[in-house]
Write a protein that binds this ligand. Structure first.
Ligand SMILES: [Zn+2]
Ligand SMILES: [Zn+2]
Length: 340
């Protein structure tokens, strides 16, 4: 475990935190409501950001000489994300508090200063539509090792599971981001050839996008779920879980592996969506039903188009002409069907 301290004066500015893997939805912009924290308390992530090879984005739009607000989701390379509640010893920098709908969006750069020496050290992001997080400036903080319990690494058989449907009956944004990232990797691996996918949750999440993006015809590549507890023989491409703490991908001997966020993978592998049917003929009239069925989405599942594009930008394969065509066709309209 570590705490992070200001490099200027040594003031400790976080509680004890342990490193976990960067979630797929860390750069996601979703809806207009307040979103929860990106990270569990007591954890931190490192976002390599622009360290990765990226395709240059188009210049930001200008209108009447005023730069329109764009949502900066990258920041400096290797910025450190922590839960807002784990921050200590900082003060706001009032002139940097952009956003102001329901919170701050970090558009003017670091908006938190060290309380000890006033050095800008972090950016709090908590406006509506953003997963709430504080990004520490990598050059302004340093980790300090602390005594304490060693982080327990979850066993592969204890992986968490996330439902594809949130409490409002909408498709989960976590799923939309995770499937978008996996879809970008799957597309690269496919080499532009049609891929078959297993039925039910995997098909529900991936098939419409595959049908839309890859040429018609009989499948030449085959995606199979692979991971803890599954014994399926992998004939071609494995869809395997990525550990939520270590970021390690399930070790398997498939020729090619598409990593998928562990909580989404676990649901796809183990959840049984089949509805129970009443064995008797109807319910007696005197029985009060207090268990309304869960809300369900009105639309088919759509991966997050902007997360899909930003993942493709970081993969060198996007320079291949066939993939570049797909990228360019979505670049200005990442929300068109089959994406959200
Ligand atoms: Zn708002
Ligand atoms: Zn300081």
């Amino acid at each position: 475990m570590v705490v992070f301290a200001c490099t200027g004066c040594g003031t400790v500015i976080t509680t004890r935190v342990a490193r976990v893997a960067l979630p797929d939805h860390s750069g996601q912009k979703y809806g207009h409501d307040l979103l929860p924290s990106l990270l569990e308390p007591g954890t931190y992530v490192v976002d390599p950001g622009d360290d990765r090879p990226r395709e240059p984005r188009k210049p930001e739009p200008e209108e009447h000489g005023i730069r329109l607000q764009t949502y900066c989701t990258t920041g400096p390379p290797n910025r450190i994300g922590i839960a807002p509640g784990d921050v200590r010893g900082t003060v706001f920098i009032p002139e940097r508090l952009g956003g102001y709908c329901c919170g701050w969006d970090g558009q003017y750069g670091p908006n938190l200063a060290c309380a000890g020496c006033t050095r800008p050290v972090a950016t709090r992001v908590d406006d509506c539509g953003f997963w709430q997080v504080v990004w520490l400036e990598p050059d302004s903080v340093r980790p300090v090792a602390m005594d304490g319990p060693v982080q327990q690494v979850m066993d592969w058989v204890e992986l968490p599971s996330t439902s594809p449907i949130d409490s409002r009956g909408f498709w989960s944004p976590v799923w939309e981001a995770a499937v978008a990232v996996a879809l970008a990797h799957l597309l690269v691996i496919s080499g532009g050839r049609r891929v078959s996918v297993p039925e039910r949750p995997v098909a529900e999440a991936f098939r419409r996008a595959i049908d839309s993006l890859l040429p018609p015809g009989p499948p030449e590549r085959h995606l199979t779920l692979a991971g803890p507890g599954l014994s399926a023989t992998i004939t071609d491409i494995a869809l395997a879980p990525r550990h939520p703490q270590t970021g390690e991908v399930w070790p398997c001997d498939a020729g090619t592996v598409v990593p998928l966020a562990a909580d989404v993978w676990t649901y796809m592998a183990y959840n049984d969506d089949r509805r129970l049917m009443p064995a008797a003929y109807g319910m007696p009239a005197v029985v009060r039903r207090d268990d309304p069925p869960p809300l369900l989405p009105h639309t088919l599942f759509r991966p997050d188009g902007r997360v899909f594009l930003s993942t493709l930008e970081r993969l060198a394969a996007v320079r291949q002409p066939w993939l570049r065509r797909i990228y360019d066709s979505l670049r200005d309209r990442p929300y068109i069907d089959p994406f959200s």
